[in-house]
Write a protein of this length. Structure first.
Length: 294
């Protein structure tokens, strides 16, 4: 694709942090005319050398084209960058990490200023951008017609997954998946802490840990989703709540023996005990979800 190709739609990009810069380079490489703006103007210089046009202000950048993509620090940064811009007739795609409520508020704000709005949640780190085999993608939600119009352009840096007309759903999917990731990181940290002072090689231990987490995660996630859908938490239970709760003292005792804080395990174990106290020993662990909703 070249800059003269009718498929290479012009793009305006506000924000040139690590992610914004990675996004910019993929659009440039694909031949899209690119206008960039960043609060620190020095960050635009390498991209100008690669063919981008730098705007002196956010307002000038927005005026340069119809598709405006924002990738800034937070929602307040978006407000500040766009406060003096004319968004009438613009297609605004916000890839800034925000909460679902902030995304919905920003959608209403953009619509009131004459723009169509699409929110995005990036499920990738900068080195994954522009590398299809890395598996990165972006959740999008908001105006369906806007997504359809720009889907090919948006798919240049990473895969696209449209998750509905509610503009808050991309952010919600993003944070939900990242929350699960941090829960996994917490368990991984605890596991490594347990072996830290032993004659166990962390490098040799790592594939065992990864294999076990993978083997447990897939069926557990699928079963939890099925049980939440049916409302029956006792279907296809392999290790019930009563049995698993009875085993938790061993984990806590092992942590104590190894001189490891149980602070990453205790909150989840406490939820398991609360659910068991409600008289649900034959259930799976799915009931913990309901406790979190109270």
């Amino acid at each position: 694709m070249t800059a003269n190709s009718p498929s290479a739609a012009p793009v305006t990009l506000l924000g040139l942090g690590a992610m914004g810069t990675a996004l910019a380079r993929t659009w440039l490489a694909a031949g899209h005319p690119l206008t960039v703006w960043n609060r620190s103007a020095a960050r635009t210089e390498p991209l100008v050398a690669e063919g981008a046009k730098a705007a002196a202000t956010a307002a000038q950048a927005v005026a340069a084209g119809d598709l405006v993509i924002v990738c800034l620090l937070d929602d307040a940064s978006v407000e500040e960058a766009l406060k003096d811009t004319d968004l009438t007739g613009k297609d605004l795609v916000n890839l800034t990490t925000t909460t679902p409520a902030q995304a919905r508020g920003r959608a209403a704000w953009a619509t009131a200023r004459g723009a169509r709005y699409l929110d995005g949640g990036i499920m990738a780190v900068p080195p994954m951008i522009g590398v299809p085999e890395a598996g990165g993608y972006v959740f999008y939600s908001g105006a369906p017609d806007l997504f359809e119009t720009h889907e090919k352009t948006l798919a240049v840096p990473a895969g696209t997954r449209f998750v509905g007309a509610d503009p808050g759903h991309a952010a919600l999917h993003d944070v939900a998946l990242l929350s699960a990731m941090y829960g996994m990181f917490a368990g991984t940290a605890h596991a490594f802490a347990l072996i830290r002072e032993e004659s166990i090689d962390p490098i040799a231990f790592a594939p065992l840990l990864a294999e076990w987490i993978t083997a447990m995660a897939d069926p557990h996630i699928a079963q939890t989703a099925d049980q939440l859908t049916t409302g029956d938490y006792t279907t296809n239970v392999v290790s019930n709540l009563g049995m698993q709760t009875a085993g938790t003292p061993t984990f806590l005792a092992t942590a104590a023996e190894q001189g490891v804080s149980p602070e990453l395990l205790n909150p989840y174990f406490a939820l398991m005990r609360r659910r068991l106290a409600e008289g649900s020993p034959s259930e799976d662990l799915t009931g913990v979800v309901d406790l979190l909703r109270r």
